[in-house]
Design a protein around this ligand. Structure first.
Ligand SMILES: Cc1cc2nc3c(=O)[nH]c(=O)nc-3n(C[C@H](O)[C@H](O)[C@H](O)COP(=O)(O)O)c2cc1C
Length: 154
């Protein structure tokens, strides 16, 4: 199975998990970069509103083509119980190009279930594997969660 990991990360947590997945699964990885400035408290507030209203954004052109992969693992931080706008935009721009998908997210505590349901609806594909890493997980050993997720995307 040829696997690709794509992810968006505002503050580095989802990036860290995405890199661990790609390293352990020995697969390609690419970051989704949002063109909108989301720094600071104003950025935080705007981001929460944008995610809640399911607003799209503009993202930097990606180098990888999801149609060239058997499975694409899509990673997002949870914002207001939903995916980040950059991930929604990536999905929007690539609809119809995915063969199989896996979803992973990082969050403080919750919102993953609703966000994954929305991602599945938006994409129209049921993910083969799902992974949530919470703030609590980050403080303990979450290796087995990553391993289980990888089993589903290899
Ligand atoms: C605008 C905004 C909204 C958030 N909403 C939620 C939420 O609904 N539930 C939750 O558990 N964490 C929420 N968080 C926390 C992030 O999901 C969490 O810190 C995540 O790991 C950040 O990932 P990143 O470092 O890759 O950007 C929110 C963070 C931001 C910036």
């Amino acid at each position: 199975m040829k696997t690709l990991v794509v992810y968006y990360s505002r503050s580095g947590t989802t990036k860290k998990i995405a890199e661990e997945i790609s390293k352990k699964a020995k697969c390609d990885i690419e970051e989704i970069v949002d063109n909108k400035n989301r720094k600071g408290i104003i950025g935080w507030l705007i981001s929460g509103r944008d995610a809640h209203t399911k607003k799209l954004t503009t993202i930097k052109e990606m180098k990888t083509d999801p149609s060239k992969y058997d499975i694409v693992a899509i990673g997002t931080p949870i914002w207001a119980g939903l995916m980040a706008p950059a991930v929604r935009t990536y999905i929007d721009q690539n609809k119809g190009k995915f063969k199989n998908v896996g979803f992973f997210c990082t969050c403080s505590s919750s919102g993953d279930i609703k966000a994954f349901e929305d991602m599945e609806d938006y994409l129209g594909i049921t993910p083969l594997s799902k992974l949530t890493i919470t703030g609590k997980d980050l403080k303990s050993n979450y290796d087995s969660k990553i391993k289980d997720f990888i089993k589903g995307i290899k």
